[in-house]
Design a protein around this ligand. Structure first.
Ligand code: COA
Length: 391
């Protein structure tokens, strides 16, 4: 078995929604000083799905350019990570598989563990490629984060999908096998099956996250992982971008380092640019951070990047990757900026209408209004079946 084969992220593509709500608009509605949003939590805007968009359309939008560039011949597995599942039984990735015309000789599965499961998907993908380096795995993380209207969590909503092609001899990031893990049974954030919005104890989720940072790092270093100063950048899960600052400050303290704002900004600053504009995209958030880092930082060739993936409930994992020579020629920076920049700004009333919208559950024919200008759309529901199309 080829134990020394280099495995990692060969391509990475980001997609988001048709609409955007700015934090200025939200602040004007609820009377909050906008500085609390801009500086306090580090958010400027949130992506809002159109009535004919969901995790499937975003996932297909993110993955289509990857399949167009590399072909589908080697993709034998599709793993879609989400906590915004559209069905309790059928994997959302099967709709994506169909929209993209992937081979029937493939396995497709959906993974869940709050915001962490994109990382589980990536780890499983690495295992599959180790087993047969001729295969590639399409890993997709796609989520819409929704909290109750007028709740503290509302300002941290968002939506995005990231598609990653995992394979041997990766063009972007070589992933290392060593991981640090942490699990604790905590009720900091959860969504019972009967709810469309998440429940969150905000303060508890911050301390649970920091506890998980310690636990995952301790396990990682205990297993002979890299030293903290070997990393050129750190990607953290970002429920709101200030959380990455809090997490890195905590890690520096825990590991016995001096804490300086300048140093924190140097190693995480580039990872927050996209999340600040998109909001929390749960499973995709940390990988949106990676896209932002690769698209914005000066040449990172050969540098080690540390990843801290956290999912409430809670599970965390720390792992590392090294940026591959020539990666800049393979980035999709223009397309990412376009996806974020092309969103149509909506007012508060329209946002509220979309937030409260749901399909009737009566099994009738319920077409979705034509709104998205993206490549894929949810046509509607008919006989309890979701129907998707390429526009
Ligand atoms: N200027 C600058 N900063 C300001 C400010 C102002 N005018 N007003 C408030 N702030 C700061 C606060 O000091 C605080 O910073 P700190 O955390 O460093 O102390 C921050 O803004 C947030 O203020 P806070 O009063 O704590 O806000 P909140 O009660 O509305 O809650 C969250 C904020 C993030 C906890 C809440 O939005 C939430 O629960 N979000 C969901 C988080 C989540 O999804 N977790 C699960 C996944 S990890």
């Amino acid at each position: 078995m080829p134990g020394d084969v280099s495995i990692g992220i060969h391509d990475l593509s980001l997609a988001t929604t048709q609409y955007v709500l700015t934090h200025e608009t939200l602040a004007a509605h609820n009377g909050t000083g906008v500085a609390k949003y801009h500086r306090g939590i580090g958010q400027r805007a949130m992506s809002v799905p159109a009535a004919d968009e969901d995790i499937v359309t975003m996932a297909a939008d993110a993955a289509a350019p990857v399949v167009a560039r590399h072909g589908a011949d080697r993709i034998r597995t599709v793993v879609l990570a989400t906590e915004t599942s559209v069905d309790q039984s059928k994997a959302a990735g099967i709709y994506v598989h169909s929209l993209l015309g992937l081979s029937s000789a493939a396995r497709v599965v959906e993974l869940k563990q709050a915001c962490y499961s994109g990382t589980a998907a990536l780890q499983f993908a690495m295992g599959l490629v180790h087993r047969d380096p001729s295969e590639q795995v399409l890993v997709i993380a796609s989520d819409v984060s929704r909290y109750e209207l007028d709740s503290p969590g509302e300002a941290t909503q968002g939506a995005a999908a990231v598609a990653m092609l995992v394979g041997a001899d990766p063009a972007l990031l070589r992933l290392e096998d060593r991981s640090g893990m942490f699990t604790a049974d905590i009720m900091d954030f959860w969504r019972p099956n009967y709810r469309t919005t998440a429940l969150v104890d905000g303060r508890e989720s911050i301390s649970a996250y920091l506890q998980a940072v310690e636990g995952a790092w301790k396990d990682y270093t205990g297993r002979g992982g890299r030293k903290l100063d070997e990393f050129g950048a750190f990607c953290y899960h970002q429920p709101f971008t200030r959380m990455a600052h809090k997490a890195h400050r905590h890690l520096l303290q825990y590991d016995g380092h001096a804490v300086g704002e300048e140093e924190i900004t140097r190693v995480i600053g580039h990872t927050t640019a996209y999340n600040m504009e998109l909001g929390n995209s749960y499973t995709a958030s940390m990988y949106v951070g990676l896209a932002s880092l690769l698209d914005h930082a000066d040449d990172l060739t050969g540098q080690a990047v540390g990843f801290l993936s956290y999912g409430s409930g809670s599970v965390a994992e720390f792992f590392a990757g090294t940026v591959v020579p020539g990666y800049r020629a393979r980035l999709r920076s223009g397309a990412h900026r376009e996806a974020i920049g092309r969103r149509e700004e909506i007012g508060y009333a329209r946002y509220r209408e979309l937030h409260e919208r749901s399909f009737p559950a009566d099994g009738g024919d319920h077409p979705a209004p034509k709104e998205t200008t993206g490549p894929h759309r949810l046509v509607g529901l008919s006989g309890h079946k979701r129907i998707y199309a390429t526009r």
